[in-house]
Design a protein around this ligand. Structure first.
Ligand code: BGC
Length: 734
């Protein structure tokens, strides 16, 4: 039978196949690297240059938003002639940001902070969060998410800790990697950042982080390594700071040697915004794309790269490699194959994920029998932290304008404001306690709040700590007069639960006076509901701390934050810039970050990593270790010894022989839901790198001979049982 296709359709098919022939790189059956090479072969020098630098996608320096950009943190124009899409880049970590309302009125789901997500110890939820944020980004037309933050929480006062996961490399690597995997399942490139050692905001652009390279491999870099293996992010963002004397974005050791050689990373390195300081040095050290170039003191790549090639300072092959890496990532993540194939975002799914994270990520730190609050209570007073309006969020580039609108704003200084996400805890508590009178006091006058507290059956006192990119906390005390508020209220009514909404650990001088403490972090726009469910017992708390809470700042490796909190800008610097004095920070604690430092020093924290209570109780038994070659597996039995269903998170830790420098390492965990009396076997297989120390000279992991010990418990400080085993010396394959 003859074809009855209309001529116009036949014409279209013919054009499509001609285009396919002209564009052999559009063949999705070819490996991404091959497709990249085929496209690269067709490019002019100017087209190549297009892909190795980008601009801020917002009005800037008197110029309008760059043509073709949607409006966001970054934009790299595409090459329509070759079917290469533009990179529309958005922040990031906790939802799709809208800086300066550049997309007027555009909102997104405000997810809980990464600290809340990490407190779930639930990689599946991290994947779901990635999927939800990736889908929202995609629906808005973005194809690069500037998120997947895998920095370790090395400095507990760090301004961006709420965007980071934990102080442990395994926990951080697994959670960040899962998030990245989720984002990329939506055909959005995820950008792991800030590579590396952007541990504090103080002096971040003029800070030289000095640290032993091997210790870095065992700590901050291991977190990135695990996250990259697990999530395969399409791009890596190098950080503002220097590492051991050279800027992260021109650091040959970090980019060329560790990332691209040792880890065989196949995609591209983009700079942080304003983090580039040179043309040839950066290009030769492994930077593939200069981002937000208006923030740099010069357009180092757009303005200087072709000249540097002409002058013989940078080989042509290096520009080709940069472009090949960008293209490989574009093809590997489907950016060229699913152009604009955006489905509308499923906000109901986003809400479910946000609620689940807030529920599972809230950590019960203390409970003297007050929680769950009985539904029969006559009166509750809710106090403080705008709990009648919403929940706080962190500031900076990750700031989301929440769906439903900003619930409240609290001005901090002239230019900054705390943004409160909707979902008022007060309202949610009223819904959970329909038979109880629930009043509110804003907490601004401690004496008045105390008076209200004295009259109520129980008090739910909200206390918050606002943290933001570009600034660290000056101390770990709750800001303002909140410590005094807690003192006054708990004195008036000891039946007080303090709900903390913080961007990291805080000190609790009033702890003993409270009946209960919940750490809710920045819980996102479903956080109010989650907190209310936990207070009533509708949800059983299951979060565990991903970071150590010290008793005092004197216990930290750096009792005072390093650097000058008032001295340096957080914006662009460099030759001809605003500030040319570097500050050196010595991270002499090396790999002993957080709980490892406390273990090394024999210090007792206020609350250790891994800690969190439940309304149930759990017991561990039958710890056993099996070794074959250098594969070590550990198992144990966990039992719910309480009378209600709950979630246990048994954790496995490793201690090495003398000289191995392994005092205590988290080597695995499982999250298990158990009915009353139920028991289950949990098992982990230990990543061989966690059994080893890094030999920087040989660029290899080495296992020392000797007696090792695995211990199991429900927190890092006190473990319930341990088992020993012997290992023979070995080098792990690179
Ligand atoms: C931040 C990055 C962010 C970028 C783009 C920088 O200031 O450090 O995390 O992705 O801005 O907004």
């Amino acid at each position: 039978m003859r074809s009855v296709l209309p001529a116009v359709l036949l014409g279209l098919l013919a054009t499509a196949s001609a285009a396919d022939q002209e564009r052999p790189w559009s063949d999705t059956s070819l490996p991404p690297g091959r497709r990249a090479q085929l496209a690269l072969d067709q490019m002019t020098e100017q087209e190549k240059l297009t892909l190795v630098h980008g601009v801020i996608a917002a009005p800037w320096g008197g110029k309008p938003r760059p043509e073709g950009s949607i409006g966001s943190a970054g934009y790299v124009p595409g090459i329509p002639r070759l079917g290469i899409p533009a990179l529309q880049e958005t922040d990031a970590e906790l939802g799709v940001a809208n800086p300066g309302d550049v997309r007027p009125g555009d909102t997104a789901t405000a997810m809980p902070s990464d600290l809340a997500l990490a407190s779930t110890w639930n990689p599946e939820l991290a994947g779901l969060q990635g999927q939800a944020v990736g889908a929202e980004a995609r629906a808005k037309g973005f194809n690069v998410l500037l998120g997947g933050a895998a920095n370790l929480i090395r400095e507990p006062r760090g301004g961006r800790n709420f965007e980071y996961f934990s102080e442990d490399p395994l926990l951080t690597g697994i959670m960040a990697g899962s998030l990245i995997e989720g984002v990329q399942s939506r055909h959005v490139i995820s950008t792991i950042k800030h590579f590396a050692l952007n541990a504090q905001e103080t002096d971040r652009v003029v800070l030289d982080a000095r640290i032993d390279p091997a210790a870095t491999r065992e700590s901050d870099l291991l977190a990135f390594e695990i996250a990259i293996e697990r999530g395969r992010p399409g791009s890596v963002m190098c950080a503002y700071n220097q590492v051991n004397g050279s800027y992260s974005c021109e650091n040959d050791w970090l980019l060329n040697q560790v990332l691209k050689t040792d880890w065989r990373y196949p995609y591209f390195v983009m700079s942080d915004w304003g983090a580039v300081h040179s043309t040839a040095r950066s290009a030769l050290a492994g930077l593939d794309q200069e981002s937000g170039e208006q923030l740099d003191t010069q357009n180092f790549f757009a303005g200087g790269l072709l000249q540097a090639i002409a002058d013989g300072e940078v080989p042509q092959a290096r520009l080709d490699e940069m472009v090949r890496r960008v293209l490989t990532s574009i093809f590997a993540h489907g950016l060229a194959d699913e152009p604009g194939a955006s489905e509308p975002a499923d906000f109901a799914a986003s809400d479910r994920v946000a609620l689940a994270i807030a529920r599972e990520g809230t950590v019960l730190l203390r409970n003297q029998g007050l929680l769950p609050l009985p539904g029969s209570m006559r009166s509750i007073v809710v106090i403080g932290a705008h709990a009648d309006r919403g929940v706080p969020s962190g500031g900076g580039s990750s700031q989301v304008i929440p769906r439903g609108g900003i619930a409240a704003k609290e001005q901090i200084g002239e230019n900054q404001a705390v943004v409160f996400d909707p979902g008022a805890p007060l309202e949610a508590i009223r819904l959970q306690f329909p038979h109880t009178r629930v009043d509110f006091d804003d907490g601004s006058v401690p004496a008045r709040a105390a008076e209200a507290a004295a009259k109520a059956n129980a008090v739910v006192l909200f206390a918050d700590q606002w943290m933001t990119e570009s600034a660290d906390a000056q101390s770990l005390n709750l800001p303002g007069a909140q410590d005094q508020l807690v003192e006054a209220v708990t004195r008036a009514n000891p039946r007080t639960v303090v709900v903390l909404e913080t961007g990291g650990p805080v000190l609790m001088p009033w702890l003993e006076q409270t009946a209960a403490v919940l750490e809710a972090w920045y819980p996102g726009q479903k956080g109010g509901e989650a907190i209310a469910e936990i207070l009533s017992g509708a949800a059983n708390p299951s979060g565990r701390l991903p970071v150590t809470f010290p008793v005092s700042e004197d216990q930290l490796p750096h009792p005072k934050i390093q650097g000058d909190p008032n001295g340096a800008p957080s914006g662009p610097v460099g030759q001809g810039g605003l500030y040319d004095k570097m500050f050196t920070a010595f991270y002499n604690e090396g790999a002993a970050v957080g709980y490892k430092w406390f273990c090394e020093r024999g210090e007792q924290p206020l609350f250790p990593l891994g800690f969190g209570l439940s309304y149930s109780t759990f017991a561990l038994s039958e710890l056993a270790v099996k070794v074959s070659d250098h594969t070590v597996a550990a198992k144990a039995t966990v039992r719910n010894s309480g009378d209600r269903a709950g979630t246990a998170i048994p954790q496995f830790y490793l201690t090495g022989p003398t000289g191995a420098n392994i005092l205590l390492r988290l080597v695995g965990w499982e999250r298990v839901d158990l009915g009353p009396g139920e028991q289950r076997q949990v098992a982990v297989s230990i990543d061989p790198r966690l059994l080893a120390t890094f030999d920087e000279g040989a660029r290899r992991w080495r296992i020392r001979a000797g007696a090792y010990q695995v211990s199991a418990g429900f927190e890092s400080q006190h473990r319930e049982s341990n088992a020993t085993f012997e290992l023979q010396p070995a080098s792990l394959p690179p």
